[in-house]
Write a protein that binds this ligand. Sequence first.
Ligand code: AQP
Length: 383
Amino acid sequence: MLPRVRHIGRDTLRQWSLAESILGSRRVPSQTVWSRDQSTTVTTPPKTIFSGIQPTGVPHLGNYLGALRQWVTLQSEAAKDTTLVYSLVDLHAITVQQDPKQLQQWKKESLAMLLAIGLDPNKSTIFHQSDIPAHAELMWILSCQASTGYLGRMTQWKDKTANEKDSSKKLKLGLLSYPVLQAADVLVHRATHVPVGHDQAQHLEFARELANGFNHTFGGDVLIPPETLISPARRVMSLKDPMAKMSKSHPNPNSRILLTDSEETIRRKIKAAVTDSMDGITYDPEGRPGVSNLIDILYHSDAHPAYSSQDELAKDLADLSMRELKDRVADTVETSIKHIRASYAHFLHDNDHLDSVAAQGAEKAAKSAAITMKAVKSAVGLG
Ligand code: AQP
């Protein structure tokens, strides 16, 4: 089966509202036809968007451009009957050992960050994954269907295990099986669309396989195979190692720009980004990964883009020195995230509000998950 991966094109974003372009004229699991004139819409079953982020530290520019910014765009542009569900996936965070106190703090900070980027708890369900036991329960049921061979071929598993010398002792089962939990996260809320960065595309393909396999085994359409929405900023790379993706867990803090970084820190990190000694500025991700990553960051961070592609942008930058390019990137990044920094400081100190958002989200998420679990348990013979 061909992977059903949808790339949200920049042009598409500009010409059409995101709601129309990605939730509209396209094939979705339950075939729909969309017209721009909604009065002639044939069928438009409500869509459900689900996505998650691990509370494993302050989100970075890659998380923002690759996922979080799309969450907010969907919240403002999706059709009114679209359900938006966003989770802080703390059960995923413990696939590597965490300091319990630190994890508690990160959960709080991550929730404050979701509010700071512009998610509104009255429009989107925002919740901590571990507050909803149905995620782990569905994971177990799906685990009984999942192939260990398939899981062992996952790129992220291979990457993460490549460096372990004594694999049998150090590697934990959760690291192998977390794509099953990820599938459960998506399927338990009957998500039709899942906006993620490119690194998660393979896991979403796995979720579709599991859903189709479950439906085939137990009959009916109990689980909905979701579609993947890949952000235009597919993969923001590390500032220190432009062949690797920007990541929260990289030991070098200068490899990533945090959404809480001050303007001064942003400038310092971009100034120290690894580039090359070639003359001029060109866009060549394979030959010049460091420079191309900066061009990608500039292209995707610009809220009012004047260019239709990175190549076109690079032509305009051709005569800049590396220092001038870095200044331009730092200016644009600062402009695009400074509002987040300010609101984050506000939300982080409002504990009552954070608790109430988490409680409200958990209540809505529990109701959503209960519907699926009833159908799943009944199908399997547990209900
Ligand atoms: N570098 C990236 N470029 C584009 N998108 C990215 N995402 C992550 N890194 C990039 C997307 O952000 C969303 C949330 O990611 P996550 O926190 O759940 O886990 P992750 O992919 O493992 O992110 P990190 O930051 O690299 O964390 P660690 O270091 O803990 O593994 C996802 O949609 C992801 O695609």
